[in-house]
Design a protein around this ligand. Structure first.
Ligand code: CP
Ligand code: NVA
Length: 301
């Protein structure tokens, strides 16, 4: 018997399945009425081990607009906070709700939860990946510049959880990804090896200028993610990876700037870039809503 339709990571899907979700998201966004009955009577539980603005709001609003409802909890409100196991929590929640979105401090927690759950589990960010974000990012790129296949995308900064989901997306959607990261802050070698084994056009380099040259999108993220404890070291190491007007000038003429947010202005990006005409960040944030509707519909179909 097939298991639940989880949405845990982009590399678990083939390109066609991800493409279908992006197309569904675009249709839902274009509809004159954003309310539907697609998930009428369905309930999503959301567990947040870390703070969230966009993921929390967009999943909640997505469920409401599709006729469903949400239960939102932090581990401290569950017996999980007092030592009930992740697996037992998953088994119990599976008897109450139709799906669970989890933002887990550690990917292993999400994986343990998903293995024990008999309902779909959606990855709302872990220390390793952030697939819902990158679905919204691919959607945003295509709204602005057309099909992403064959285009060059530049990542500059930390080879973090969001960068890893960009690597997965590069392989599955067939675009070139150049990641400029300081030594020791590249995405895990296992992820890059996977991309190469799959025939992906993914390269890691040290120089942001090299990554950005002629690229159609320049993407970055915070230098200090929620699970990092070495922020003081990171600010020095990453200074030359900042996205500013000088770096954007190396990209293609119509290149856009992307950032999953929250942004740390004056660090990984300047005000001039994030507030400038090439910035797509507010559309990315909005598209979390539409992309996740399509992900929820996929999981709960
Ligand atoms: N981009 C993103 O996931 O934002 P939140 O942490 O606010 O959910
Ligand atoms: N890399 C960031 C993304 C936040 C949405 C973090 O994990 O904190």
């Amino acid at each position: 018997m097939a298991g639940p339709r989880h949405f845990l990571d982009l590399h678990h899907f083939d390109g066609g399945a991800l493409r279908a979700m992006i197309e569904h998201a675009a249709k839902l966004k274009a509809a004159s009425d954003r309310r539907s009955k697609l998930l009428e009577g369905r309930t999503l539980a959301m567990i947040f081990e870390r703070p969230s603005t966009r993921t929390r709001m967009s999943f909640d609003v997505a469920m409401r607009q599709m006729g469903g409802s949400v239960v939102n909890v932090s581990p401290s409100e569950l017996q999980l906070g007092r030592g009930e196991s992740v697996g037992d929590t998953a088994r119990v929640l599976s008897r109450y709700v139709d799906a669970v979105m989890i933002r887990a401090a550690r990917a292993e927690t999400m994986e343990t939860f998903a293995a024990a759950a008999s309902i779909p589990v959606i990855n709302g960010l872990t220390d390793k990946t952030h697939p819902c974000q990158v679905m919204a990012d691919v959607m945003t790129f295509e709204e602005r510049l057309g099909p992403i296949g064959g285009r060059a995308i530049a990542w500059t900064g930390d080879g973090n959880n969001v960068a890893v989901s960009w690597v997965h997306a590069a392989v599955r959607f067939g675009f070139e990804l150049r990641l400029a990261c300081p030594a020791n802050f590249e995405p895990p070698a296992s992820v890059i090896d996977w991309a190469h084994r799959e025939g992906g056009n993914v390269r890691v380099m040290a120089e942001p200028e090299e990554a950005v040259r002629g690229a159609s999108a320049v993407v970055t993220d915070t230098w200090v993610s929620m699970h990092h404890t070495d922020g003081h070291v990171r600010h020095n190491v990453f200074a030359r990876y900042q996205v500013n007007d000088r770096l954007m000038a190396q990209a293609a003429k119509d290149a856009i700037f992307m950032h999953c947010l929250p942004a740390h202005r004056g660090y990984e990006v300047t005000d001039a870039v994030i507030d400038g005409p090439r910035s797509a960040v507010w559309d990315e944030a909005e598209n979390r809503l539409h992309a996740q509707k399509a992900i929820l519909a996929h999981c709960l179909a």
